[in-house]
Write a protein that binds this ligand. Structure first.
Ligand code: SF4
Length: 457
């Protein structure tokens, strides 16, 4: 007999447990175990008035934001709709079945106001790092660093010529933020080079081109990760130029030591972090092994002898050429015992013209110039150490481990859909990068705890 659903007989009372309807293996269940917001109200107390109408609970908004970043729901309007409809999201946000979801405009007010002033997202991110350390996911031996470009919320075809063009732009929050970071070494102070195009809606974003993509206004998100489990131990927003990314790497290493007592034995990075200054900072100031290719422009394309064909004599402070002649520092300041370096920190060593003019190897050594010269960085010791490390077996492991930070960026853009910012200005970029990194750490904690449970059963 064909059955018929009886829709008219509705139960008078329902007994409905939200907790029972969220599957045990749901990602949010695992994430929930690692989200501790018990100190949130105390942290924000000073940013709320003691009188007046009660606000939306900040814990609810923060939990909703965690849902949004974990599941790639970028629009606040859509996030409110999803939380309203999805039982698991309601359960995670402690909303119950009939709890009211706040209006999307509430997020905007809080994100630009008290959440930012209280540095709430930074606190949330650091709490996830502490939890990863407690769970034993951070080895602390090897760190990897890299940066990735994220498009700003700015139209690439709407721009003014140079920073002078900003004079005609009406002042707004993004312009104020741009002026506030003009001297910051990871933003305006990173380079004296004036940008040719400036976005009037987000002047701190840099017009630049990622590999193979068209040029656009971008910020850079910088990650410092522990290579054991690819936990993000620090994150920093910067302008999209290499000097800023190197400064951001230094800041992150210092902060990881200050906040979490993490002091890695080695740092893995690409050639962008292989400048002489950065290598010297790692080796001499921090005692960290640089597993970083040396940024070296001494290679010759004309088949002539390279610098590696010359032997450096430390005691005599001179190079010995393949013909056995000495190259000595020529830009020596005779009032000082040390030769002077140029503005990039390089000392020029030159052979004597008499030696080269009578040398049979001259066509292979310096076919055009009358005498050969070789440059040497004042940080050559650190560069030599990095070169020596590149010949060790561990180098191959380090190259493989560096991919982990690239995979995190791919996950950030493809799964969490943060290939373009929604908030403007350096503070908007900072907020989004902190939340995204916190969400990535929480997902990592959740997945590892699920895997551990499955191994135990
Ligand atoms: S050309 Fe000059 S520097 Fe080069 S091998 Fe001959 S003597 Fe040495």
């Amino acid at each position: 007999m064909m059955g018929e659903r009886r829709v008219a007989q509705e139960a008078l009372f329902y007994e409905f447990s939200l907790d029972r309807h969220v599957p045990a293996e749901h990602l949010l269940r695992a994430i929930d175990r690692f989200v501790d917001l018990s100190g949130l109200r105390e942290h924000l107390r000073g940013f709320y008035s003691a009188i007046g109408r009660p606000s939306i609970d900040p814990e609810l908004m923060l939990r909703m934001l965690i849902v949004g970043y974990c599941f790639g729901i970028r629009s606040e309007r859509r996030l409110c709709e999803e939380v309203h409809l999805n039982l698991a999201y309601r359960w995670f946000c402690r909303l119950g079945l009939d709890g009211d979801v706040p209006d999307h405009s509430t997020f905007s007010k809080n994100r630009h106001g008290r959440f930012r002033e209280s540095d709430l997202f930074r606190q949330l991110f650091e709490a996830t790092v502490r939890r990863c350390i407690e769970e034993g996911l951070v080895g602390g031996d090897g760190f990897a660093v890299d940066a990735s470009l994220i498009r700003a919320e700015a139209n690439r075809q709407t721009y003014v010529e140079g920073t002078q063009g900003l004079g005609a732009v009406p002042a707004g929050r993004a312009v104020e933020e741009y002026l506030a970071v003009l001297d910051d070494a990871v933003f305006g102070g990173a380079t004296p080079v004036e940008p040719k195009r400036v976005s009037p809606v987000d002047p701190a974003a840099r017009f630049t081109q990622a590999h193979g993509n068209r040029a656009d206004f971008c910020y850079a998100t910088n990650y410092l990760i522990d290579v054991d489990n690819a936990v993000i131990v620090d994150v920093e927003a910067s302008t999209a130029v290499r000097q800023a990314e190197v400064t951001a790497a230094k800041r992150m290493i210092e902060r990881a030591a200050d906040r979490h007592g993490l002091w890695p034995r080695k740092l893995i990075g690409d050639t962008g972090y292989g400048s002489a200054g950065m290598l010297a900072w790692l080796v001499h100031e921090r005692g960290i092994e640089p597993h970083v290719p040396v940024f070296d422009k001494s290679a010759r394309s004309d088949g002539a002898f390279e610098r590696s064909d010359f032997t450096f004599d430390h005691e005599d402070d001179s190079y010995i050429c393949p013909a056995g002649k000495r190259l000595r520092p020529r830009n020596r300041n005779f009032t000082s015992p040390r030769p002077e370096a140029d503005q990039d920190g390089f000392i020029r060593y030159r052979a004597r013209q008499q030696d080269c003019s009578s040398c049979a190897l001259k066509p292979q050594c310096t076919p055009i110039l009358p005498a050969r010269k070789v440059t040497r960085s004042i940080h050559e010791g650190a560069r030599d150490l990095a070169r020596a490390l590149s010949h060790e077996d561990e180098w191959i492991t380090s190259r493989r481990e560096r991919k982990k930070v690239e995979m995190l960026f791919a996950h950030l853009k493809r799964i969490m859909r943060l290939d373009r910012l929604r908030l403007r200005g350096p503070n908007g970029a900072r907020d989004e990068f902190h939340l995204a990194a916190a969400a990535q750490n929480l997902r990592k904690l959740a997945k590892i705890s699920i895997a551990r449970q499955m191994r135990m059963t």
